[in-house]
Design a protein around this ligand. Structure first.
Ligand code: CKX
Length: 603
């Protein structure tokens, strides 16, 4: 079960019960919980903590907010006898950054990676018709051989402190839902679908994996009216849909795939999901969905909101989608980690394209020096062998989890890594090849190139199927009155991309200006609402001058919390919306621009 990531459901064969709510919680500064028998006894003098939530912003004292190290959660969970005979599991949507799961005093499993789900098979220790003690030890330290990358410092007073090589706050805890699941012994463990199109049909190629080899597999596809449009038998096959309703950008149509298992003609399991029929290709400098060129309009985002930090909140997500729709956006990047599964379901339904990013962020010592750091090429470090294993492990889980979403356009394998040294090349070569082998849909692979990794300086331009550029003229350099030189510099770089042999799409995945809402100034100054608009206007002029630029995703949809520092006034303020999701002036400007830009802009 531990390799299974199917989204939990309840039906005649499967049960999924939310364990969200208040859990016991305790910091463990001395790392003594294990020794003190917390897995067996529960947490002494625990406080109550909501799940899902990041613990940080609930606290009123700074040492608790900034806490770095081990911390524990516990809950007593009643498991009814009705579940007997099934495989019983716990599913954690996200636990930052490493977790050990204990049930009834027994260690069940460990997991590393704070932005992807994992399951723990507790069948061998569960007690039916009784309360079971579920205890979790988490650890939120940052390391160079882990994702996202950073260091953990120790202050003179003995307190540990997170020193991220990235700017978003190291929000920690059980950030996504926890579920108790009971699934059949003989069950569907995974499935994948890919689509090819002919003039009048869609061919849906499916593969189903099961826990046991004996069950018979039947797969049906139903349209939105509930009519069965195709049926297949066996673990692999092709479903042919005549006159399909394709999934399109901002015009989504979904089909329901139902996978049934029978043993001696008796049904033993069923799994249903919603899929979309569409193709994705990169041809020359075009991004094609169903063979039609698409220009990306959207945002880099964060899972971030007041009180609960990085916790997934369906209410915030709903608001974000409404804002993106109001803006006329058609896409976003899950900067800088895979988001909660509900986000992809929203996007499938609403016809948004997602650039799905793994938490490989901070792979650059310049980002560390931004916070008072080091002078070394990141990929020269002795930590890269261990890091690679974890990196590929998380890409594997991301692709495994998200591969069937029609909304997922591409995999972003790193954000702003250091590629200006040759030592990055073997790492990238292997990473891009290994990722290709994972995705049945062969989606494009990419990474974001930051300011230091330009057409001239990056050694890794050969790897992406299309490019994501993060560029900050007008903000981190050539700022204020010098912005015209910033524009000239940007054009000079783009002229080189244009004159080169490379013919691949370029999407601007980050650009922007920190902006204090309500600060007005004529003429503009940096941080004012006017300056944010002027900076966006400058970039937009540039985008409209180059045909190979096939998308624009300003940084960020909304303001978000960061580490504190002399470059931040309570967070990163490059949002088009405030942290409480109200528009800055620039949102109205950009909305107007995007109203004039169709999905097939530049064709
Ligand atoms: N890019 C110079 C990564 C994002 C940051 C953004 C910023 C940087 C800029 C790199 O995660 O928030 O500083 O605004």
């Amino acid at each position: 079960m531990e390799k299974e990531l199917l989204y939990p459901v309840t039906n005649q064969y499967r049960f999924d019960q939310s364990l969200d709510g208040l859990w016991d919680f305790k910091f463990d500064e001395a790392a003594e919980g294990q020794q003190q028998g917390w897995p067996q006894k529960g947490l002494p003098a625990a406080i109550q903590m909501p799940v899902p939530a990041s613990f940080n912003d609930f606290f009123t004292d700074k040492a608790a907010r900034e806490y770095t190290g081990d911390f524990w959660y516990a809950k007593r969970v009643f498991v009814p006898r009705a579940f007997q005979g099934r495989v019983i599991g716990l599913r954690f949507g996200a636990a930052t950054h490493r977790a050990t799961v204990y049930v009834n005093g027994q260690e069940i499993r460990q997991h590393e990676g704070g932005f992807l789900p994992f399951t723990a098979d507790i069948s061998s220790v569960v007690k039916f018709d009784q309360e079971n003690l579920v205890v979790l030890k988490l650890n939120n330290e940052l390391h160079r051989d882990a994702l996202p990358a950073g260091d953990t410092g120790v202050l003179k007073n003995g307190k540990k402190m997170a020193k991220p090589f990235f700017d978003f706050y190291n929000y920690s805890g059980l950030n996504r839902s926890v579920q108790l699941m009971a699934v059949p012994q003989d069950r569907v463990t995974d499935y994948s679908v890919t689509t090819t199109l002919t003039a009048t049909t869609a061919e849906v190629h499916y593969t189903v994996t099961t826990s046991q080899a004996t069950a018979k597999v039947t797969v049906t596809l139903q349209d939105e009216q509930g009519t069965v449009v195709a049926t297949g038998h066996g673990r692999q096959g092709t479903l042919i849909v005549d006159q399909p309703q394709l999934w399109n950008v901002r015009d989504a149509h979904l089909y329901t795939i139902a996978i049934q298992l029978t043993v001696n003609d008796d049904p033993v399991d069923e799994y249903r999901d919603q899929i979309g029929l569409r193709t994705i290709e990169i041809v020359g400098h075009q991004i094609l969905v169903n063979g039609e060129p698409v220009y990306l309009k959207g945002f880099g985002r964060h899972e971030d909101s007041i009180y609960a930090g990085r916790a997934f909140d369906l209410n915030v997500e709903k608001r974000d989608f409404e804002l993106m729709k109001w803006m006329g956006a058609n896409s976003f990047r899950t900067s800088h980690y895979p988001y909660d599964e509900a986000v992809y379901r929203f996007a499938d339904r609403e016809g948004f394209l997602i650039i799905d990013e793994v938490p490989a962020v901070g792979f650059k010592m310049a980002a560390a020096s931004f916070l008072g750091g080091l002078d070394q090429s990141f990929f020269d470090g002795e930590w890269t062998t261990e890091l690679y294993k974890k990196h590929l492990d998380q890409i594997t889980d991301m692709v495994h989890r998200d591969k069937n979403h029609p909304s997922v356009l591409a995999w972003s394998l790193l954000n702003e890594p250091d590629t200006s040294s040759k030592s990055a090349v073997p790492y990238f070569e292997k990473l891009f090849a290994d990722t290709q082998a994972l995705d049945p849909d062969q989606r494009p692979r990419t990474f974001t190139l930051n300011e230091d990794d330009t057409f001239d300086t990056s050694y890794c331009k050969q790897f992406p199927d299309f490019y994501l550029l993060n560029r900050y003229p007008g903000w981190y350099h050539k700022w204020g009155y010098e912005i015209s030189d910033g524009e000239a510099g940007l054009r000079a770089e783009l002229d080189k991309w244009q004159a080169s042999e490379i013919d691949k799409p370029v999407v601007f995945s980050e650009y922007g200006a920190d902006t204090q809402p309500g600060l007005h100034k004529l003429p503009s100054v940096m941080w004012s609402e006017e300056y944010q608009i002027e900076l966006l206007q400058m970039f937009n002029r540039v985008f409209d001058s180059y045909d190979f630029i096939r998308g624009e995703q300003p940084w960020n949809l909304a303001d978000f919390q960061t580490v504190e520092g002399n470059m931040r006034v309570n967070g990163n303020k490059k949002g088009l919306f405030t942290r409480d999701r109200q528009p800055k002036e620039a949102a109205f400007y950009l909305r107007k621009r995007w109203a004039g830009i169709d999905n097939n802009f530049k064709n």
